[in-house]
Design a protein around this ligand. Sequence first.
Ligand code: URA
Length: 206
Amino acid sequence: MNYLDFNDKELTPTLKELSLLEVRNVCMQCQNCELGKKRTNLVFSDGHANAPVMLIGEAPGAEEDETGVPFVGRAGKLLNQLMQECGISREKDLYICNTLKCRPPENRDPKPEEKNACENYLMAQINIVRPKLIVLCGATAAKFFLGDDIKISQIRGKKYLLFNKIPATVIFHPSYLLRNHSEEVNSPRWLTKKDLTAVKKFIDTL
Ligand code: URA
């Protein structure tokens, strides 16, 4: 498999001595940006730490903020459905988290200072879970790792190597798919199924 090497970020989190639970506890106290004051719940992760695949989304929405669990709203349900159709088990195969751990008001795009404030938590999650594959779900997660210049429609399905060692790929965000219903060949939904089928194939090689 050919990977596009990508080493812009370093996997050297300041929280590297901590367990996932301890990182979560630090995160629960976090007031490093204004979103900390407004959250109902921290949305740290779902799934188990030994999962082969880490899926990274954008930020919690209203239902995630209510429940403390990522990807449980409409977008999450669609993601679950598409993964199921491609043979991926959310419970068995995935550790799921977001670029931001707190909900931005009105689901607006995360601000640069919010992404910076959350970066150490995400890096710590990656460092501890050490997934075999990272799936960057949507533009916010993809830009966070691959740079602001990327166009999701041009890079989805491509394979990257993050931090010189962890394979990663990019898929459309399910919120985008909620606005694009077509399942025709080469439609965003069709392409996402193709990309998730490739993720399933990767899982099956492990
Ligand atoms: N969208 C995301 O990116 N993450 C969630 O947890 C929910 C919706």
